[in-house]
Design a protein around this ligand. Sequence first.
Ligand SMILES: Nc1ncnc2c1ncn2[C@@H]1O[C@H](COP(=O)(O)OP(=O)(O)OP(=O)(O)O)[C@@H](O)[C@H]1O
Length: 151
Amino acid sequence: MAKYELKTRNSDETSQFAERLAAFLQPGDVIALEGDLGAGKTTFTKGLAKGLSIKRTVNSPTFTIIKEYQGRLPLFHMDVYRVADSLEDLGFDEYFEGNGVTVVEWAHLIEEQLPGDLLTIYLYHEAEGQRKIVLDPKGPRYEQLCKEIFQ
Ligand SMILES: Nc1ncnc2c1ncn2[C@@H]1O[C@H](COP(=O)(O)OP(=O)(O)OP(=O)(O)O)[C@@H](O)[C@H]1O
C-alpha cells in the first residue's frame, strides 16, 4: 500500500505537521511512532498534543510506560522501550480500544500486541535540522486518514 512522506526543516515544522494530523484523529486511533534517539518522537507527540488541545506539558513516558492526557480526545502516550518481555500482557488493548488516541513509541518491540490496523510514522534524521517523516497506513481507516491529510 502507498506510503506518504514529507520533509521538515526544523522542529517547528515537525510539530506543526503533527498538530495538523491531530485534527483528523478519532477515538480508538493508534499511531506507532518509530525513530532513533533524537529523531523527533517527543517533538512530534508534543505537536500532536497541541492539536488535541492538551494544555499539560507532554514529556517522554520512558519510566512510566504510559502517560494519559486530557484534551479534545484523551491522549495515551506510551513508550514501550523498557517493557522487558514483549509478550508480557500489560493490558495495552484497553488503551488501543479505548476512547482516546494512542501513540506508541518503539512499537515494534510489542509487535504481537499491536492492533492489525494502525498508522506507523517513521522519523528519519536526514541532516542537521532536517527530518523525513514517512506515514505507513495499515487498514482502510488509516489509508483514508493519510489521503485526507495529504490531499
Ligand atoms: N526537523 C526536525 N524535527 C524534529 N526535531 C528536530 C528537527 N530538527 C532538529 N530537531 C531537534 O531534534 C531533537 C529531537 O528530540 P526529541 O526529544 O523530539 O527526539 P526523540 O525521538 O523523542 O528522542 P528520544 O528517543 O531520545 O526521546 C530536538 O532537540 C529538536 O529540536
